[in-house]
Design a protein around this ligand. Structure first.
Ligand SMILES: Nc1ncnc2c1ncn2[C@@H]1O[C@H](COP(=O)(O)OP(=O)(O)O)[C@@H](O)[C@H]1O
Ligand SMILES: O=C(OP(=O)(O)O)[C@H](O)COP(=O)(O)O
Length: 392
């Protein structure tokens, strides 16, 4: 699709870790999209960016003013933040855009339709698509990290306007397809973080397709599997799991363990008790779990050292707090010191990659977390499927 001198709607994934003051903690994803945006602008297009940030009700569900400021710096071009998504103000601004101008709409998840997962045919009829699509000559989807979500901004437009994949989407798919081959074995997955339902589905895929030789768990996913093994993590941690609806997933986790899934759980945790941090063995947890423990980090590192491909997604602990970054840093260090391929995914885990990495020839830093793992575990990504239905 030739996009020059046109008006283009560009779906990006600017969803970033947010600190306790509501500020962007790591802007890797914003930087990753800069080349796609620049290329469209240099071809004399007017570019409207649309993205989500967080989920309604979560602390990181914020507006995108700061995202526009940071993007302007990366691009060395002005990105105008528009405090609207599909209302008359946004539509008027889009209509009056000149060549080379860039607008960032506000958080698309402020539109209730965006929270619904449904097929492209249904989402092509949403207000979001019907209000915005007449204003554009083309749609580009660069949001690889959200490609696993069948939501209107990701799958609704390609059925209505000529559409194409962006440079991030293109680079991720080609790089991952090159690295992640059956011959490269053993494969070790280091899975942590807080998106337990997504990660459980990924582990089910990896187990069913026998893709992973080991699955080393951290974060909340480790707590789910420890509980599924019948280990009591103590009242405080069980309350956290209960509140997050994670206990209801125990049967699925137990079924995976019984089916021989190569899931490993920590042998110890770093916990917080009365404001102090301590190490607790997994069978005698005494405090709120905040990270994997030192012994676990050592054992996981030894497994990673023998791996031909190591995939890391989701931190081992609550990395927003400096005291609980050691587990994630240890497994990352072990992976980078290894001679095999390393694939790092997920907004939070990428932020653990501090500083310069000498040899990046075997390192792929993905913008995706859940999307990356679903792609690697052989699932078809709805956003890619929708692009293939596009009019072009
Ligand atoms: N033990 C834990 N308890 C609660 N939250 C955790 C724990 N370990 C990690 N987390 C949280 O997981 C979140 C990151 O999860 P996720 O979004 O899945 O990672 P990514 O962005 O790398 O894909 C962080 O906000 C972190 O605080
Ligand atoms: O950060 C994201 O996913 P990830 O945490 O799996 O990397 C994407 O922006 C998708 O966000 P979502 O999981 O709220 O749909």
């Amino acid at each position: 699709m030739e996009l020059s001198g046109r008006k283009v709607l560009l779906r990006v994934d600017l969803n970033s870790p947010i600190d306790k003051d509501g500020r962007i903690l790591d802007s890797s994803r914003l930087k990753a999209h800069a080349p796609t945006i620049k290329e469209l602008v240099e071809r004399r297009n007017s570019v409207v960016l649309i993205s989500h940030q967080g989920r309604p009700g979560d602390r990181d569900f914020v507006e995108l003013q700061e995202h526009a400021q940071i993007l302007s710096k990366y691009l060395d071009m002005n990105v105008e933040f528009v405090d609207d998504v599909m209302g008359p103000y946004a539509r008027e601004k889009i209509k009056n855009m000149k060549e080379g101008e860039i607008i960032l709409l506000n958080n698309v998840r402020m539109v209730s339709e965006e929270l619904i997962e449904a097929p492209p045919q249904q989402h092509a009829k949403t207000f979001l698509v019907r209000k915005l699509s007449p204003l554009f000559d083309g749609y580009v989807n660069d949001a690889f990290a959200t490609a696993h979500r069948s939501q209107p901004s990701l799958v609704g437009f390609p059925l209505v306007i000529p559409s194409a994949a962006g440079r991030v989407m293109e680079k991720e798919i080609s790089a991952l397809s090159k690295i992640f081959t059956p011959e490269e074995s053993p494969k070790v997955f280091v899975l942590g973080g807080g998106k337990v339902l997504d990660t459980l589905r990924i582990i089910e895929n990896l187990t069913k397709k026998r893709i992973a030789d080991r699955i080393l768990t951290g974060g909340l996913i480790a707590e789910l599997f420890a509980t599924a093994k019948g280990i009591s993590l103590g009242k405080e941690n069980m309350e956290v799991l209960e509140k997050l609806g994670i206990l209801s997933l125990i049967p699925r986790a137990r079924k995976l363990l019984m089916s021989g899934s190569p899931v490993e759980i920590p042998v110890d945790f770093k916990v917080e008790r009365e404001g102090k941090t301590e190490e607790s063995p997994v069978h005698k947890v005494n405090g709120v779990i905040k990270d994997i423990g030192t012994n676990t980090a050592d054992i996981y590192s030894s497994f990673i050292k023998d791996s031909k491909v190591t995939v890391l997604r989701g931190p081992m602990g609550i990395i927003e707090d400096e005291r609980f970054r050691d587990g994630s840093k240890s497994v990352m260090k072990a992976a980078l010191e290894n001679s095999g391929y390393v694939i790092v995914g997920g907004g939070h885990m990428v932020s653990v990659l501090e500083g310069k990495v000498e040899d990046t020839s075997k390192l792929h830093i993905s913008t995706g977390g859940g999307a990356l793992l679903l792609f690697l575990s052989g699932e078809r990504l709805p956003a890619l499927e929708a692009l293939s239905l596009s009019k072009v």
